[in-house]
Design a protein around this ligand. Sequence first.
Ligand code: GDP
Ligand code: MG
Length: 431
Amino acid sequence: MDLGEGLRMAIARLTNATIIDSKTIKEFNKALQKTLLSADVEVQLVFSLTKTIEEKALKSKPPKGLPQRDYITNIVYEELVKLMGGSYTPELKPKRIILAGLYGSGKTTTAAKLAKFYQDRGFSAGLICCDVSRPAAYEQLETLAKQANVAFFGIKGESDAAKIAKEGVKSLSSKKVIICDTSGRSALDSGLVSELVRVSKAFNPDEKILVISADMGQTASKQASEFDKAIGISGIILTKTDGSAKGGGALSAASAAHANVMFLGTGEKIGDLHPYDSAKFIGNLLGVPDIEALSKTVEKAIAEAGIKPEEMESEELNFETFYSQLKAMGKMGSLKSVFGMMGAPDVPKEMLEKGEDKLKLYHTIISSMTKAERQNERLLHEPGRIQRIARGSGTSEKDVREMISEFNKMKKIFNTFKNDRSFRKKFAKFM
Ligand code: GDP
Ligand code: MG
């Protein structure tokens, strides 16, 4: 289970609870602790977070008109955003950036991503390969530079990184943003430090950025402070946040250590680099980019859809309720992530995205049924009924059969929900 899924499941406990009291909050906090710890968030940070949530949720009252559940969800959201630190707005101006980091942290890839980032914003960019230890480092950066459509400088076979940096700055002097990629090591050692110091002196950077892989988890802060002591860093870029469950651990540790998280690497492609914003990070984890707008959206969607919780509670699905349910489901389509937060099993996409035309057709067919038929699907198996309904509604038998099959699909889902921790009750409660 990844961090996002864990958080959504934990929040589902709150949204599913009939009453929210200290027991509910404690259970919620336990689930939250478990998921944060498994994302490698430091124990002390986790406990202080859940303590704050408990205090705020139990000792303060929601503002008038705001349901307690929404109020507490908001507290949780805000505390998570705080835990994961701040946000970064890259300064758009000419500059020189040097990247440092251990082997495989993603330096070379990030160098190209960063060059593209600035060039896309109107600052012509160039890359210098100062990695003199890795075989084929030159070719790797050259290829990436081509992909990013930015300038490239390197001296094949040269072992003096400082010399390359000096020549590179001269050769790329027409470029507004120059980025220097450096050698890595398996650990920070004196050899790497002295090389970085020498290259840095020759290159004279405005920013020294440490590149760290998200799978470092909470040890990211130790690495950041060691590099900071050795060479002085302006901030960090956390890579591979797409592939590691420990991104939350790395971010919270960096935030606690006051390390400036500048960008997140979110994939292998050249465009997968984004300035860091903890609110966005948490929003994406929860599956709702803008959680503050969530409750409003939910209320609006429910009002528009005309969902009747009492019908959801009724034990049997029949054609009288089928139409309104289908309509409601369609209106809920944009709220798929909400289902996730309710801890619901995945609702089939086609059920959430039933087109208006289909709905109209079904409505016409249902109107042509007798009351008894609407309440008892089995009657439709008697000979002649489908024919009669098709004729009466001006549709084809095929249409009627298709609707019946859709009905049976939904019925199956309803039954699954009923058996699967009573989805319909949760749904009704959620509203
Ligand atoms: P370096 O040794 O620090 O220069 O690391 P590289 O730039 O060569 O990257 C090592 C590997 O990590 C490569 O296979 C990259 O494609 C991959 N990588 C780098 N950044 C990311 C990222 O944000 N997400 C993913 N999924 N892979 C990445
Ligand atoms: Mg490299």
